[in-house]
Design a protein around this ligand. Structure first.
Ligand code: KG4
Length: 336
């Protein structure tokens, strides 16, 4: 089969991104226009402003992805675009741009699920990786364990019943004054801290594979408020170390349950929270004992990018997945 070049476009939140990937695995270009610094002043992403910024950035970002790869639109085999889940106004910018490109070029339009994209980041980093495997997908809006049966066929084994892991990081980081985005700041704040200094509860859910983070968050808030009421302060280094170590153990324990249930010992991490060093260290600790093979995507491919969308788009393309010009943004698109 001759080479397949896919243009990937991503605009689901606050990154406008475009990339060209060859045969699902080889990155020819990777362009990201991030709005993160702009939204920092508001303490979070402002959806309306994000949409407007995507409109300004989308054309130069896609043009740069083509230029960096040394190709023209005509050389591309398909245009893959994130159509959900995400912020509706933000998604619409990428979807409509991709539709217009598809219409003028006659190239097929490939709809990509953002979370499947996060999983596909692993295909870029690990050329030998092939399904089946389990993925712990932990991002700002989602926390789930996914059984990847094949490139385009996956099942959710466990999911969060309330907050996502990323929210548990971001909310508590804000309360203790670390600012936005909280995850990376908390990661840094906890380095070298005592992981046993503060205790948190283990949430119970009726399905043993599901997650709940609201109780852990409330625990953390109670510890902070109790200290305030006593006129003392929590030790930020120890507190953030204990909090992250607790979440890391909670996540790895769930993955081990899924390993036991499925017999699959190949584990990928995916999503922004997969960049967390406490979570990575915890997986490293249990890897040999449990006989696991672990795959952690490069840090810059854990957070939103278009390389992962182009990679996922390649597998959808060769499976015959296509969208018409009636493709719409689906802010609450489910994985299954
Ligand atoms: O996957 P992502 O970029 O966006 C979504 O699709 O949701 O994930 C963003 C989330 C944020 O909650 C951010 O705080 C978190 O990933 N994050 C981290 C780290 N880096 C990013 N959380 C913990 N530790 C990190 N090092």
């Amino acid at each position: 089969m001759s080479d397949v070049l896919i243009l990937g476009i991503e605009s689901s939140c606050d990154e406008t991104a475009a990339s060209i990937v060859r045969n699902g695995r080889e990155v020819l270009s990777n362009v990201i226009a991030s709005q993160a610094d702009f939204h920092m002043q508001f303490g979070g992403v402002v959806p309306e402003l994000a949409s407007r910024m995507h409109i300004d950035a989308i054309y130069p970002t896609v043009q740069k992805a083509l230029d960096d790869a040394g190709v023209e639109l005509n050389d591309i085999d398909g245009i893959a675009v994130t159509y959900g889940p995400g912020l509706v106004g933000a998604l619409l910018v990428g979807v409509n741009f991709a539709k217009a490109l598809s219409h003028v070029s006659g190239k097929p339009l490939i709809p990509v699920h953002h979370l499947k994209g996060h999983i596909a980041a692993n295909y870029i980093c690990f050329p030998e990786l092939e399904p089946p495997f389990l993925t712990l997908l932990v991002s700002g809006g989602n926390t789930m364990i996914v059984k990847v049966n094949d490139y385009c066929n996956m099942e959710i084994i466990g999911k969060t019943l309330d907050d996502a892991a990323g929210e548990a990081f971001d909310k508590i980081a804000r309360v203790i004054g670390l600012g936005y985005p909280g995850g990376p700041k908390m990661d840094k704040a906890g380095q070298g801290g005592d992981v046993n200094a503060y205790k948190f509860s283990v949430p119970r859910t009726s399905d043993r594979f599901d997650f709940s983070f609201s109780g852990i968050k409330t625990n953390a808030l109670n510890i902070i408020n109790e200290a305030k009421m006593k006129g003392t302060e929590i030790n930020i280094n120890d507190f953030t170390a204990s909090y992250q170590a607790h979440i890391a153990k909670y996540l790895t324990d769930h993955v081990l349950l899924a390993v036991e249930e499925t017999g699959i010992k190949k584990i990928c991490l995916a999503g922004g929270v997969a960049a967390n060093s406490f979570i990575r260290r915890k997986f490293d600790d249990i890897k040999d004992r449990e006989g696991l093979t672990l795959y952690y995507p490069r840090l810059d491919l854990c957070t939103d990018n278009a390389v992962m969308i182009a990679s996922c788009g390649y597998y959808e393309y060769i499976n015959g997945v296509r969208a018409g010009l009636d493709l719409n943004a689906r802010p609450s698109l489910r994985l299954e």
